[in-house]
Design a protein around this ligand. Sequence first.
Ligand code: HBI
Ligand code: FE
Length: 296
Amino acid sequence: MATTTPESTKHGLAAGAAAQPESADWTISQGWEHYTAADHATWKTLFQRQTKLLPGRACDEFVQGMRDLPIGADEIPDFRRLSEVLMPRTGWQVVAVPGLVPDEVFFDHLANRRFPAGNFIRQPHELDYLEEPDVFHDVFGHVPMLMNPAIADFIQAYGQGGLRAQQLGKLAQLARVYWYTVEFGLLQQGDGLRLYGSGIASSYTESQFCLDSPSPNRIRFGLERVMRTNYRIDDFQESYFVIRDLDELLEFTRIDFAPLYESAAQAPELQPGDVLPTDQVFSRGDGSYHRARRTG
Ligand code: HBI
Ligand code: FE
């Protein structure tokens, strides 16, 4: 498991969620003053190595969002100060939770433009791997993108659509859309592909793998295509899906997903590495990374 990404397992079933919520919406105080010097030092290590990797890899909107927020190397950000900057920009705030929360709780927060962020930080021996989303993944990975109006609306729509998808028995299909956009999405920029997904933006290893490695496929995003496609939760993705720009996500907030769930269900499920004749392929992966892991 040594090279898996820290973000990669947190979207599994919320079985690892803390046992007893302190409040109905699972929010807690961030408890900023309780972070130790060692906690801030872990943040600094993660922040500095990630910040070096992102120029030329993260999309312009991510870099700009990071610049406009009170997020720096020296200390774990205070959620209240993040919300003061986010709120006038896109109407979002950051609230603290102990880790994974149940799906309905997660959706209700997002539908109301509250981003639930884990308040804890990973331990020094788990810099590249942890089970639940911590403050580094949630704040460094997600919050800069919430400064962008298109993704801000898209994530709210995901929260609204989540409950509905649950009722339709289609949550797995919707979760794949979130996974291959908000968490692991790539986009086209004038000079080539860039990452905008938070799972890759906050991962030292996967932010390089997703753009630089010959192994994964990079395929033009399609809603139905992605609804049919399984993903890996325990390792790098075998395929990444590429949107035209962030405004494409805005188009998805205006579409009724129900008919798409139906048509996606008519076609076979796809495995993470599958490439279809109808796919528009940016780069066809050689699959070398995952093949070596299977036989090695
Ligand atoms: N809880 N805190 C937190 N963060 C998540 O990303 C999260 C969650 N609960 C459920 C969940 N994600 C996903 O399983 C849903 O998006 C389907
Ligand atoms: Fe996430």
